[in-house]
Design a protein around this ligand. Sequence first.
Ligand SMILES: [Mn+2]
Length: 316
Amino acid sequence: MVGATQSTEAWKLLSKAEKIIILGHRNPDGDSVASCAALSSVLMNRGAEVEIVHPTEIPARLQFLKGPHKIGEHSIKPDVIVALDIAEKKRTYFPETFEGIPLINIDHHECNPNFGDLNIVDGKASSAAEVLYGLLKEWDPRCVTIDIANDLLFGILADSIVFQTTMTSAKTLRESAELIDMGANLRRLSLIASGAAEPEKLKFWSEVIGLAREVSPGLLSVAIPTTFMKEKNQPLKMLEGFVNFAARNCTAGVVVVFSEQPSGAVKVSMRSHELDVAKIAAKYGGGGHKNAAGALSKAKFDELVPSLLAEIESSM
Ligand SMILES: [Mn+2]
């Protein structure tokens, strides 16, 4: 258990708060949105007024996770703020008016600098959802409804890439089993979390796979220039989930997907079961976890692809 006193204090604060803001991180992922949704339901079911603030848009595939979501703005004056799944404060929405309001930091990133007034950070957990579920069991086990169980299981499945990352522990599986016992829908949620694609997307991905190149044994690169997307007449969102699909279906130890953005920036997504890709992502201004990390680089596509691949090769 992580910081029993901190968690007791956190529950005291949350129990007496009337207005609570929950913060998600930039470029919301499945764990972030699901954890925020789960916690918001718990607190609203207890009568609190809650807003979830995400700094940037929630992708379409995650919009089934219902909650009082707001994008880049808030309207209530919170008594307490909860940061969920946020590795560092600059990754979230934090206007000056939030300074001085009690901040509870619940996370699973090993690099989290404990920026909250109360910090419940378990760097060994698969996901923020796993940390949150542990807390809810301690705080009030009966508060986990079927909807909340579904949100929590989805968060775990999303960040563990359906139990594949090395952060997936026996505890992750036991707790997932508990959530399934409560009625969470493993089949439906794991299909979404594994990036299962709609037929049109899958057909397009078959063309994207044509760009794959085995750079060296165990290193697969897929570099997608904007010219390719234009030629195929496809929007960038058709690439959402592609990196997980490629990584799951390839034996390479490292899979990297580069997608050139219309702005000229390059989105880099890395998956690995051999290398700490978070370290590489950090060098390019990004972040993430050992097995799954990414960055948005301003370097030129034609220069970034070879230099980043060389960097990975030298670390392998
Ligand atoms: Mn997470």
